[in-house]
Design a protein. Structure first.
Length: 366
């Protein structure tokens, strides 16, 4: 008797497993998912508290209020904005819409794990471009392009490294790729960045028709649980993606909260300044602990632990978890001696450093 079988490209995939803990504990310190350290905009919370009627109704296919709010906030053309159930959904439907099984799509060595997953599900071939010193290499990406290449997935700033490539390199990359190759530019952490050398990708979209910029409400805006992301692209790409995207993939609660959140400039500025302050504080503390880290411009740090029996990253992750602090192990990226640690609120950051000092200064049984 035969059983159902998935596509070969799906069978070989591993299920994505975030480190959220088995249960949501009241005092759990979760520094494993790059979530907002200050929670959610009170304006967004207020809107959600008031939202209770018409739960039996489908949401609109497109939220004009949210799209207009995004366009106003970032001075963008509203006709080029598409909403998604998180930017995750947009990554998936981009792959579904533009990749055939015989195609190839490039992603970077230490890039977002969903890139190769989305590529593989279509039956296309994921092609890895090696990073150099934990930073994207434009030359290595260009070296992987051939006639089968249809998409380049680039996270800038990058997750999990926190590093970025400057505007000059981004334009060099785009100017060197064939016009039929789509550059997917994931700028999930751009709200945390204030750097004249950085570009969020919207400028590319305004000039060229083969670029898609992706953004999210899950980070600085603090709406991760509602799953809301958006993309900025040419009208042709947008109309193509709308053919693939589910008609009601973004729920009304996300639309309402997203509109309120993106209009709450005070909360955004408060979150930006908090991240700036405590990023520097944590960097200083890690230096005192003699822990190396990558020069992140995001809301997290990729921290390297000693390759020793007692004080390695695996034991550090377990030690912290036993004390109610969740961080992200990096074995899945081939970085077993590293942990990715998000910036928390003041109390969370101080507790983290206190426990890391205890871990590194003493011997423990594991």
């Amino acid at each position: 008797m035969t059983s159902p079988s998935a596509k070969a490209s799906v069978e070989k995939l591993e299920t994505y497993k975030p480190n959220f803990g088995k249960t949501i504990k009241k005092n759990l310190i979760r520094l494993s998912a790059n979530e907002s350290a200050l929670g959610t905009s009170l304006e967004a919370v207020r809107v959600l508290n008031e939202f209770s009627n018409n739960l039996n109704r489908y949401p609109p296919q497109v939220s004009e209020d949210l799209i207009n709010a995004i366009a106003d906030r970032y001075s963008l053309n509203k006709n080029n904005i598409i909403l998604g159930n998180g930017s995750d959904e947009l990554i998936s439907i981009i792959a579904q819409a533009f990749l055939e099984p015989e195609d190839e799509a490039i992603h970077t060595e230490y890039g977002f794990l969903q890139f190769p997953q989305a590529i593989s599900i279509t039956g296309a071939k994921p092609v890895v471009a090696k990073d150099i010193d934990f930073t994207v290499s434009v030359d290595n990406i260009l070296a992987k392009i051939n006639k089968k290449t249809k998409i380049i997935f680039l996270a800038n700033a990058n997750n999990p490294t926190g590093t970025y490539i400057p505007k000059k390199e981004v334009f060099r990359l785009h100017n060197s790729i064939p016009s039929n190759v789509i550059l997917v530019y994931d700028a999930a952490y751009s709200e945390y960045i204030n750097n004249d050398l950085y570009i969020d990708g919207s400028e590319l979209v305004d000039k060229f028709n083969n670029v898609i910029m992706l953004r999210t409400f899950s980070k600085l805006h603090g709406l991760a649980s509602l799953r809301l992301g958006w993309g900025y692209c040419s009208e042709y790409i947008l109309n193509t993606l709308m053919k693939v995207r589910g008609p009601f993939s973004v729920n009304i609660a996300a639309m309402l909260a997203g509109t309120a959140a993106i209009q709450d400039i005070k909360f955004q500025e408060k979150s930006f300044q908090h991240n700036k302050k405590w990023m520097q504080w944590l960097k200083n503390e890690f230096r005192l602990l003699r822990l190396d880290f990558q020069p992140s411009i995001t809301n997290f740090l990729l921290v390297k632990f000693p390759d020793t029996k007692n004080h390695n990253a695996t034991n550090a992750e377990k030690f912290l978890a036993d004390r109610g602090i969740l961080v992200r192990g990096m074995k899945v990226y081939g970085l077993p001696n590293h942990l990715r640690i998000s910036i928390g609120n003041e109390k969370e950051n101080r507790v983290l450093i206190k426990e890391l000092k205890s871990f590194l200064e003493n011997s423990h049984e594991f």
